[in-house]
Design a protein around this ligand. Structure first.
Ligand code: GLN
Length: 539
């Protein structure tokens, strides 16, 4: 029987007042609820900035750079999407204004506009629409949720909102839906909840020709019926289409709070789709574990962006997942690697049940990371090194165990006598072709007897990368002879992916980023095992 191509439905999520209201969490939560009713869903994000991708952004400004299977350097919201949905995202799921303009300008240079004047409307908006439709075109998804970054009313958001206006018209109201997220501030002095900012935000959207179908009101206090009715009335929205998103102890609870308000069934009704029974058993069990840990375990996260926890979002979320799997709450202690000196390593890392040295770029803070690795190795504290964290462990081992004075990564010290971490010859060719980093998923084969193989329960794994430098295979034997072994390598290139110290309870370094693949329902095995080792270390 020939199956008809599905009619993909589109949900647009916009936001007003402040851009950091949690559109990413709301989009992810809605996706989780729709998945629970049997629909296939993906989420896409539009970012209003001119950078072509967030790869070059300072983590202090936008939080971490997330990496997809196919190597897109993306906004950290894509991490939320995957953590909530278990559905991989790809290049098409992340679009910036810079990328839109680049395609349009390239097209113009190729003469494809046939001498016409190229303008924001229709050319930029057409490109935005094309990219929105691209995700749904393959017919893989029943529903595509498109999150429009930024704030409605900002100059830079205008073309996106205009594209949404046009698409709503083209797709029809049965096939598309606009959800608008706003803030209901609470004025403690008068004890009042204020709906005016919401009314104004919706007005701004209306000025741009878009009537939202549903509203999500961010609030610290429970909104009573009267507030909701008032908002519904002033904003031309049905009363049951006004939901609240109240502050909750864990973001993973948001889907459950929205479910209580029939948020998903109202959305489905508006999309003219049936609502099958919702199955959130696994999700609820996970949230229960997050909220009711049986014990706490202190783990140090050593990195240089410690003042902004969003810079390590995927890592901290991986610990929420792995903590739940161990019925424990991981208390992450952010330790700034720039503060670590030989004299204070012990006091800064005192009482830690495990030490994770974070990924990173550039030489700032590296010596502190190396000291943390030495401390973990010599004190036999569970150690997890990710990216630069693995490289620092290798440098430390070279200097202190192999006696290679001044061993280093050529990223930090190009003239080091012992370049134990360097750009490999084969990689240099790649670099010349324009790819400056190893990005996205690569396969890795693990030694049968390794701890990693035991942890993963398989020898064949695939993990996502984002780095330029590699362990220098010239030193493989010297390291192995002294007890630090490369137990995981890329089968084709032989590049080192996983290193372990044999005579240590738990010392694992990985060149890739396991944190990008940890999700609420699929906690990453390395994190789960590391947390377990940390609990054991402290008990
Ligand atoms: N800066 C190092 C490199 O480029 C490590 C990057 C990372 O931590 N992923 O190889």
């Amino acid at each position: 029987m020939k199956t008809e191509k599905k009619q993909t439905k589109y949900i647009f999520v916009t936001g007003g007042v402040a851009s950091s209201l949690g559109k990413g969490i709301i989009s992810s939560s809605l996706a989780r609820l729709l998945l629970a009713r049997g629909y296939s869903v993906t989420i896409q994000k539009f970012d209003p900035y001119i950078n072509v991708d967030p790869g070059t952004l300072n983590p202090y400004e936008h939080g971490e750079c997330y990496v997809t299977e196919d190597g897109a350097e993306a906004d950290l919201d894509l991490g939320h999407y995957e953590r909530f949905t278990n559905v991989y995202t790809y290049q098409v799921n992340t679009v910036t204004t810079g990328r839109i303009y680049r395609s349009v300008i390239e097209k113009e240079r190729r003469g494809e506009y046939l001498g016409k004047t190229v303008q924001v409307i229709p050319h930029i908006t057409d490109e935005i629409k094309r990219r929105i439709m691209l995700v749904g075109n393959k017919g893989e998804y029943d529903i595509v949720i498109t999150e429009i970054g930024g704030t409605v009313g900002d100059i830079e958001s205008l073309p996106h909102i205009e594209a949404v206006r046009q698409l709503r018209y083209q797709l029809g109201t049965d096939n598309s839906l606009v959800i608008h997220l706003t803030l209901i501030p609470y004025l403690a002095a008068s004890g009042e909840l204020k709906t005016k900012p919401t009314q104004h935000s919706v007005k701004t959207l209306l000025e741009n020709g878009v009537q939202p179908d549903m509203l999500v009101l961010r609030t610290e206090k429970d909104l009573n019926e009267e507030v909701r009715r008032k908002v519904a009335l002033f904003c031309n929205v049905e009363p049951d289409a006004v939901a609240q998103s109240i502050d909750v102890p864990t973001i993973y609870e948001v889907p459950l709070r929205l479910l209580e308000q029939n948020f998903d069934t109202v959305a489905l009704r508006k999309l003219n789709l049936p609502a099958a029974k919702s199955d959130l058993k696994e999700w609820t069990a996970f949230v229960d574990k997050v909220k009711n840990p049986k014990q706490e375990v202190k783990i140090a996260l050593v990195g240089k962006y410690t003042e902004l926890p969003d810079a390590y979002k995927s890592i901290s979320e991986s610990f929420v997942h792995a903590g739940a799997a161990n019925h424990a709450k991981v208390k992450l202690q952010y330790v700034n690697s720039e503060d670590i000196t030989r004299e204070n390593t012990g006091s800064l890392l005192d009482g830690m049940c495990g030490i994770l040295v974070a990924p990173g770029f550039g030489h700032r803070g590296v010596e502190g990371k190396i000291l943390a690795a030495e401390y973990a190795r010599t004190k036999k504290i569970p150690y997890f090194g990710i990216g630069l964290g693995m490289q620092c462990a290798a440098i430390e081992f070279a200097r202190n165990v192999l006696g290679y004075a001044k061993a280093d990564s050529t990223e930090m010290e190009p003239t080091t006598p012992y370049p134990v971490v360097a750009v490999m010859e084969e990689q240099k060719n790649v670099t010349e072709k324009g790819g400056t980093m190893r990005l996205g998923a690569y396969p890795c084969t693990l030694d049968k007897k390794s701890k990693a193989a035991q942890i993963y329960g398989t020898q064949k794994i695939s993990e996502r990368h984002r780095h330029r430098y590699e362990f220098n295979n010239k030193y493989l034997k010297a390291f192995a002879d002294a007890g630090m072994t490369a137990v995981g390598v890329n089968p084709a290139t032989k590049l080192v992916e996983v290193m372990e110290i044999d005579a240590h309870p738990w010392f694992v370094g990985v060149s890739f980023h396991p944190e990008y693949k940890s999700t609420a329902l699929n906690p990453h095995p390395l994190f789960v095992s590391f947390v377990k080792a940390a609990i054991e270390h402290c008990s």
